[in-house]
Design a binder for this molecule. Structure first.
Ligand SMILES: Nc1ncnc2c1ncn2[C@@H]1O[C@H](COP(=O)(O)OP(=O)(O)OP(=O)(O)O)[C@@H](O)[C@H]1O
Ligand SMILES: [Mg+2]
Length: 343
């Protein structure tokens, strides 16, 4: 199985805030079959960096996110938080390490216990994950955490989740996560369930908070423009594998993997720019978007080949590994060549 690794050559030599190698997750599907949800995914997130994970529904984004925080751990592969290897840690050590990375989920309402008040929900994280926090300044810390996410403590602290809007619930989830002072935030579709008018506010909150605190973030979503706007780099997944990793700046011109180009082609023209891909690169796949093949029986070789206009016999025989196009840009495709002038 191919290990894919987003390490951008030539970047910071300090250990990344979060890294993963060769993650594999398979779910039993009865009659001896299994869902190949994640097949050899690797990634690195530098301190203060946001890595976006993009791909259509079912490609394994959430499974990668959950593997990163070890809930549950992957079937195989390694996850490191700084220099600490999380995979294989004893339960007590893993529990302590988990406080250093927090996850924000898609549905904030169901992430919150409906019977508890906001003040208790915000403190809940510290009481579960924290170690010997002094409760004397508890009220002040809760109020500061609420203010930090744009909520008025006097208005919301005594309320329960059903007395808040979806956006306010997501702010409570973010406040609860930030109170633990994590190094890494994993956000899995954090705005998908929210009203369009609230989405921009929450994205803005996440962006300013991570920047101010120097937090690293893994931002998972299937909305190309959202991921592109909030991320420093974008990792594109297809059917459990990484097909391209590239800086989000200029992504619409630089993307070369036919699948990334298909995703970019779905953007409105104003956001897309003059056209995806570099000069001389093949066109994006056209025609109606085909269904994702079954992860129970993924195609041999390159998993995208059944939808790819460039597919040849080699694509069925050989799984393309991720290769450097230029620093920070890696692609898994037999049909694209590294840009010599950038090397
Ligand atoms: N607990 C599970 N048991 C069996 N199959 C699962 C389980 N969790 C996920 N899967 C399968 O693993 C694959 C990847 O799922 P995952 O939820 O990671 O996709 P995703 O990219 O997050 O999709 P979405 O954009 O819809 O959230 C899918 O085929 C899914 O059906
Ligand atoms: Mg998901």
């Amino acid at each position: 199985m191919t290990t894919t690794d987003t390490n951008p050559a030539g970047r910071d030599t300090r250990p990344p805030a979060l890294s993963a190698e060769n993650l594999v997750v398979e779910f039993p599907a009865g009659r001896g079959r299994k869902v190949h949800a994640v097949s050899g995914v690797g990634l690195e997130v530098a301190a203060g960096e946001t890595l976006g994970i993009l791909g259509e529904s079912g490609c394994g984004k959430s499974t990668v996110g959950r593997s990163l925080i070890q809930l549950p751990p992957p079937d195989s592969g390694t996850v490191r938080l700084g220099e600490l290897t999380l995979t294989g840690l004893a339960p007590g050590e893993l529990r302590r390490a988990r406080a250093r990375m927090q996850i924000i989920m898609q549905d904030p309402v169901s992430a919150l216990n409906p019977r508890r008040k906001v003040k208790d929900l915000v403190w809940e994280g510290l009481s579960i994950w924290g170690s010997g926090e002094d409760p004397r300044d508890k009220d002040d810390r809760i109020d500061t955490a609420l203010r930090d996410v744009g909520l008025d403590p006097a208005t919301v602290r005594e309320r329960r989740p059903h007395e808040l809007s979806g956006g306010q619930c997501q702010r409570v989830c973010i406040a609860r996560a930030l109170l633990l002072d994590p190094e890494v935030l994993v956000c899995d579709e954090p705005v998908s369930s929210l009203d369009v008018s609230v989405q921009a506010q929450i994205l803005n909150l996440l962006e300013t908070t991570t920047r101010r605190r120097g937090l690293s973030m893994v931002f998972i979503a299937h909305d190309v423009s959202v991921v592109k706007n909030i991320s420093d780099r974008v990792m594109v997944m297809y059917l459990g594998k990484v097909c391209e990793v590239l800086p989000s700046d200029g992504m619409q011109h630089e993307a070369v993997h036919p699948y990334t180009r298909l995703l970019l082609a779905s953007l409105p023209e104003a956001q897309r720019g003059p056209g995806p891909g570099s000069a001389g690169a093949p066109a994006a796949p056209s025609g109606p978007a085909a269904e994702l093949p079954s992860p129970l029986d993924p195609p041999s070789g390159c998993r995208f080949r059944t939808r790819c206009p460039l597919a040849t016999d080699r694509c069925a025989d050989e799984d393309p590994s991720l290769r450097d196009m230029r620093p920070g840009h890696r692609v898994a495709c037999h049909h694209v060549e590294p840009k010599r002038n950038h090397a």
